[in-house]
Design a protein around this ligand. Structure first.
Ligand code: ATR
Length: 275
């Protein structure tokens, strides 16, 4: 059988771990595929996508800054891509339609629940940030029926916009928006989806949002403890995770969408930690 062609498209792309992750998945499952990284010029994403599929490519992952553009380019969207308003996974169906999917939220929820044993049903959840990354994960988080989900953001109006977007569909959860400094009670789960640490900033949260049992999850990952997770540890948090597991889990879900096989993620997360 022909080798399946897959790639991740972004700008910049040289540091992407996706080619490594997918080649480990291919090795593990025996699937015959090649997965490369493509840097698209900012104005040429559409041409790169159509060129890739016209050359026989079977699936693309999409990363910064093209996830919204990928969504707009697609003919059809999965429900989770519709809610996310952005796509990280593209493929062409047997009628030639470009399908947009989004596996980021699935990746986050799977890492939290399956890899770290975190209970989301009935939990009090605090999500920091209200950009594309947060919108992408809200549907899967809310589908787990947390008791409450508070979206805190520097620009409160953007958090309120997300609340307005999701409230009706997820009426079981007490969904609210606020600024960073407002919450003072302890949460069960705190998820950092801001890009503040890229500027060396920390969201100015009250230390009282952290209790001994609070699970803290930074959607960013790095070799060292992320600045946000370090802050949480300094406040006494003991269960602190970064986004490497989410990265591998979203990749595994894209792999399943394309190939119909779910790879094992534990050994791949292990390898990436020690790469
Ligand atoms: P992404 O795709 O990573 O979500 P984005 O849509 O630009 O990127 O959103 C970035 C998020 O990080 C936003 O919630 C942003 O806050 P604003 O909505 O107020 O802009 C947040 N963010 C970025 N830099 C920040 C900083 N220095 N401190 C706090 N929040 C910050």
């Amino acid at each position: 059988m022909d080798k399946g062609l897959y790639a991740v498209v972004g700008n910049p792309i040289s540091h992407s771990k996706s080619p490594r992750i997918h080649s480990l998945f291919a090795q593990q499952t025996g699937e015959n595929l090649e997965y490369t990284a493509i840097q698209a010029p900012e104005t040429e994403f559409g041409g790169v996508v159509s060129g890739f599929f016209s050359r026989g490519g079977q699936g693309l992952n999409v990363t910064v800054p093209f996830k919204e553009e990928a969504w707009r380019l697609a003919d059809t969207h999965t429900d989770r891509a519709l809610r996310a308003g952005a796509a990280n996974t593209l493929y062409v169906d047997d009628k030639g339609a470009l399908i947009a999917d989004n596996t980021d939220g699935h990746g986050l929820v799977t890492d939290l629940m399956q890899n770290h044993g975190v209970e989301l049903a009935g939990a009090k959840v605090l999500v920091l940030g209200a950009g594309g990354a947060v919108r992408g994960v809200l549907g899967p988080l809310l589908s787990q029926k947390p008791m409450s989900l508070t979206i805190a953001n520097r620009t409160v109006a953007k958090a309120q916009g997300l609340v307005d977007l999701f409230r009706d569909e997820f009426a079981d959860t007490d969904l609210r928006a606020c600024g960073f400094e407002e919450p003072s009670e302890p949460f069960d789960v705190i998820i950092n989806g801001t890009s503040a640490s890229l500027q060396g900033d920390l969201p100015p949260l009250s230390p009282t949002v952290i209790a001994a049992g609070t699970v803290v999850y930074d959607m960013m990952y790095s070799l060292e403890t992320t600045p946000f997770n370090q802050w949480a540890l300094d406040q006494g948090a003991t269960r602190v995770f970064d986004g490497l597991g989410m990265l591998v889990e979203q990749a595994a879900e894209s792999f399943r969408v394309w190939r119909g096989i779910t790879p094992e993620t534990d050994p791949v997360i292990e390898v990436l930690r020690t790469d």
